[in-house]
Design a binder for this molecule. Structure first.
Ligand SMILES: [Zn+2]
Length: 175
């Protein structure tokens, strides 16, 4: 049975009783282990008894709705959980989404042109640019006008990314 006061769901997920009792556990249902997990920082410095008292007084826990992505997996027992809501196993996908969302708007098109994903380093961009410039150079395409146009687009994309990275040397160096 879930340790949350008044909850009758089965308590399948464990969470430490306090920061000082990391080997003693509450057993919660999925909703309540998540609520507890989300409140973990709030419980900092509280004893297990104080946390239990807080659980009892905290009506905000009733039937919570949890925004996806906000929940850490700190106390979720992954084996027991089997990830019914796909909030755990998607860390990599979420990282990719975040990277896409963080792409500077002025670089989205240039990076697509170069076939690169944010974040990029100057070296990565240079290497890719050289490959593309060689492949799409009109001389390598029998003087093809379309190749010439492609190369112009690639040049513009490269210039845009290079300018951006030069303006943010911290990012360029960190990559
Ligand atoms: Zn519960």
């Amino acid at each position: 049975m879930c340790d949350y006061p008044g909850c009758t769901a089965s308590g399948e997920y464990r969470a430490p009783k306090s920061r000082t009792l990391l080997d003693q556990y509450f057993w919660f249902c999925l909703d309540h282990v998540r609520a507890y997990n989300a409140k973990w920082d709030f419980y900092k410095g509280m004893s297990a008894g104080q946390i239990e008292a807080q659980l009892r007084s905290d009506t905000g826990w009733q039937r919570p709705t949890w925004p996806l992505g906000r929940l850490g997996a700190r106390f979720l027992d992954e084996d027991a959980l089997r990830d019914p809501l796909h909030v755990l196993a998607t860390g990599r996908a979420r990282a990719a989404d975040r990277a896409r969302a963080e792409t500077p708007p002025d670089l989205r098109e240039p990076l697509t042109t170069l076939g690169l994903d944010w974040p990029v380093t100057l070296d990565t961009v240079k290497t890719r640019y050289k490959e593309l410039a060689k492949r799409h150079h009109p001389d390598a395409n029998g003087g093809d006008r379309a190749a010439e146009e492609r190369l112009k687009t690639i040049n513009l994309a490269y210039a845009a990314v290079r300018t951006h990275l030069a303006a943010e040397p911290r990012l360029a160096a960190a990559g």
